[in-house]
Design a binder for this molecule. Structure first.
Ligand SMILES: O=C(O)CCC(=O)C(=O)O
Ligand SMILES: [Fe+2]
Length: 288
């Protein structure tokens, strides 16, 4: 118990000591539309660090992004997000969420002062089992993002980023031959009452996460409800309101972030795009 209190206090202190200015985004600052990003090669390349970002990352073969975070609105539209929100509430009522833990799988611990959300993993089986039509549309869109990232990589990767080979030497098609092997999708719920998630980085030595994508499902969110995502860039702390159909896409290995204390029921779909292990290890040997 004492340990839990200390962890939350330590991170609050970190936040207090951070001198970077805080910029609170308003709905009108989220005009950037998701499909415009998806169709914009130069933005996606900047997120992947191509063509010539520096290579100093935990993720080995992936260069530093020149544009490590993008946020905006219109991920799938309010109608689909509204349907997904109702489904999420139904899943909560059905007792399908479990409290989130922290740390590597081998050292997993619960600490509600430091991380107060509950979650449910979404995969084909759970989406079908519970007939989650809204959430399924979000998952399909996420899959199209993964394939698109792979095509951008195949066309624009720098010469010293390794090309993936198929086990049986078949030519890999553009969308499947890239480094993004899978997406891991989670539905999260912060119950309110000051629940939060202290400052952290999503990528670690024990996972292959390169990009994080979050879509918010909160139609009635107001400033007094808190629960903004605070993302730390080199020069500032940006607070993103968890508004309905708002998205944030960022480098899991570069952007530290936290969920500020939340005073309403807050739902989101979070996704991590993983890269193949072979892309990471061979990339390390490749650094000039
Ligand atoms: O829900 C959010 O805004 C961020 C959650 C988060 O950082 C995480 O689950 O790793
Ligand atoms: Fe996170």
């Amino acid at each position: 118990m004492q340990k839990n209190v200390n962890e939350a206090v330590f991170f609050s202190l970190l936040q207090y000591l951070d001198t970077r200015p805080i910029r609170k985004l308003k709905p009108q600052d989220l005009e950037c539309v998701f499909d415009d990003i998806l169709n914009d090669d130069s933005k996606l390349e900047a997120l992947l660090g191509y063509p010539d970002g520096e290579r100093e990352q935990a993720s080995g073969s992936f260069p530093r992004a020149t544009l490590p975070i993008i946020c905006g609105s219109h991920f799938v539209g309010d109608d689909v997000c509204g349907e997904a929100r109702k489904e999420a509430e139904g899943l909560h009522e059905g007792g399908h969420f479990k409290s989130a833990g922290m740390g590597r799988p081998s050292e997993r611990r619960e600490d509600s002062g430091a991380r107060g959300d509950e979650l449910m993993w979404l995969n084909e089986a759970s989406l079908d089992l519970f007939d989650l039509r809204g959430l399924k549309q979000i998952a399909h869109k996420i899959e199209s993002v993964r394939r698109r990232l792979n095509s951008v990589h195949m066309r624009r990767r720098p010469a010293n980023v390794p090309e993936r080979a198929s086990a049986d030497n078949r030519p890999l098609d553009e969308e499947d031959g890239g480094p993004f092997s899978k997406s891991e999708i989670q539905l999260t719920r912060y119950p309110g009452g000051g629940s939060r998630y202290v400052r952290h980085l999503d990528a670690s030595q024990s996972n292959n996460r390169l990009l994080t994508l979050i879509v918010y499902l909160n139609p009635d969110w107001q400033t007094k409800h808190g629960g903004e995502l605070r993302a730390l860039t080199e020069s500032e702390q940006v607070d993103i309101p968890p508004l309905m159909d708002t998205f944030v896409l960022f480098r899991s290995d570069m952007i530290e972030h936290e969920v500020l204390p939340c005073y309403c029921e807050r739902y989101a779909v979070s996704c991590w795009f993983h890269v193949h292990t072979d892309c990471i290890s061979s990339g390390k040997d490749d650094v000039a």
